[in-house]
Unconditional design. Structure first.
Length: 150
């Protein structure tokens, strides 16, 4: 009886490890470009359980990471990133065959209708102003990443 129990337990542990590896493979990667460390911390803490989160603090870092890794499922950008702003990044990505379909969410202090329109016209999937609801933001990302049924 004891030997059978340990064999079953061993198979259960092996299966659990398989499931964890499978879930990790399916985990979506979110690249966040924000110059505000507090926002980076909030996003990392809120999104990490469900997503792999990569944090960058300037636009050039974001651009270089995208082109060197190429595996990202969504991008969260601030308009006011140093070196290369969020609008410029969105415009360049939407012209790229490699990243034209990449969902971009703009999360920014810029509460201007003109900036909002420019971001959305440039190809951003959503425009959120700070302060924001982290839970609602996570739900927005989830909805953007779910393939739409036709």
């Amino acid at each position: 009886m004891t030997l059978t129990y340990y064999k079953s337990l061993g198979k259960l542990i092996e299966f659990s490890n398989y499931l964890l590896r499978f879930i990790f493979i399916l985990k979506k990667t979110i690249l966040v470009g924000q110059s505000d460390q507090t926002i980076l911390d909030i996003l990392k803490n809120n999104l990490t359980p469900q997503f792999d989160v990569v944090l960058m603090t300037d636009g050039i870092e974001v651009f270089n990471w995208l082109y060197s890794h190429k595996k990202v499922d969504a991008l969260v950008l601030d308009v006011f990133l140093p070196k290369l702003n969020g609008i410029e990044i969105v415009e360049q990505l939407k012209r790229s065959a490699l990243f034209a379909g990449l969902p971009v969410v703009v999360l920014t202090d810029a509460d201007s209708q003109l900036v909002r329109e420019k971001c959305l016209e440039s190809g951003a999937a959503a425009y959120i102003t700070k302060p924001f609801d982290p839970v609602g933001f996570k739900e927005l990302l989830q909805s953007i990443l779910v393939p739409q049924r036709v």
